[in-house]
Design a protein around this ligand. Structure first.
Ligand SMILES: O=C(O)CCC(=O)C(=O)O
Ligand SMILES: [Fe+2]
Length: 274
């Protein structure tokens, strides 16, 4: 299976070359994704979040305790396309409509806040660069209707997955404008994205059955950026496709580093389409 060599990389703060501009445009049509150089997110701040989660074992706490934590979403409680359960646990931060439970442990909260601060200083640069690359006249952020964002820390445990389920994350698209995905391990951790040129299908379930997928290993100093359905809707399918992605369970990642537990952190930018 080809890997992320076919996904181009954006470096912020430099003049984008014409070859970068054309390869990012092509990748947004073929995969709805690109890679971003972001050591500010991958090196210290996100590693601190992951270390804190591991060291304090937040996800190993009794379910009654986790259920008390604001933003906690239990194993198999989120549904994809309203029917397929997502076999992960998450804690969401900054999400609207999260009920007023106890805040998660202070260290966890602080480390996520530090990461969010780093992201805040990157955000306008990334969106400005993307506007240049896509030759946009309308801003993608800066209006109240687009500026919503929230973060999710995700925990996947293969011991809970059972034998018959092959995906930590069933195939899906994200609903907002962009998702920035930071992963804990510098390995093949099962993330795959669809090559949308290999299928005529448009829904994520159909694409999941039909398309070829590429494996996207985690690289140090880089994050993956997915386009969401809102961006596809705003700019049109001929310019940007929403990324169709899934995460294979460790048993499916043959001949590669096997991880039983997986942590990731997603920053979701832009409200989903209502
Ligand atoms: O954990 C991952 O790598 C992907 C998570 C994801 O796709 C999501 O939360 O929407
Ligand atoms: Fe996703």
């Amino acid at each position: 299976m080809p890997t992320n060599d076919c996904l181009p990389l954006i470096e912020l703060g430099i003049q984008q070359s014409s070859s970068t501009i054309s390869s990012i445009n092509a990748a947004l049509r073929q995969f709805g994704a690109f890679r971003l150089v972001a050591p500010q997110l991958t090196r210290n701040v996100s590693q601190r979040v992951f270390q804190d989660v591991r060291a304090r074992g937040f996800f190993r706490l009794p379910i009654e305790v986790k259920n008390q934590a604001r933003g906690y979403s239990g194993f198999d409680t989120e549904l994809i396309r309203g029917k397929t359960a997502f076999p992960k646990e998450s804690v969401y931060f900054l999400r609207k409509g999260v009920e007023n439970r106890h805040p998660p442990p202070a260290e966890f909260q602080n480390s996520v806040e530090n990461l969010h601060n780093e992201w805040t200083s990157l955000r306008s640069q990334l969106f400005a660069t993307l506007s240049t690359i896509l030759d946009l006249t309308e801003p993608l952020i800066g209006t109240p209707s687009l500026d919503y964002e929230y973060l999710g820390v995700n925990f996947y445990d293969s011991d809970r997955l059972g034998r018959d389920r092959v995906h930590f994350s069933p195939v899906h698209m994200d609903g907002g404008i962009l998702t920035i995905l930071v992963r804990a391990a510098d390995v093949h951790d099962g993330l795959e994205i669809a090559d949308l040129r290999t299928t005529e299908k448009l829904d994520s379930e159909g694409i999941g059955l039909d398309a070829s997928f590429i494996s996207v290993p985690a690289m140090s100093d880089e994050v993956i950026v997915f386009a969401g359905t809102r961006l596809q809707r705003l700019l049109g399918k001929s310019k940007v496709r929403a990324c169709v992605h899934r995460v294979c369970s460790p048993t499916q990642i043959s001949n590669r580093c096997i991880i039983k537990e997986r942590l990731s952190l997603a920053i979701f930018c832009g409200p989903p389409i209502k």
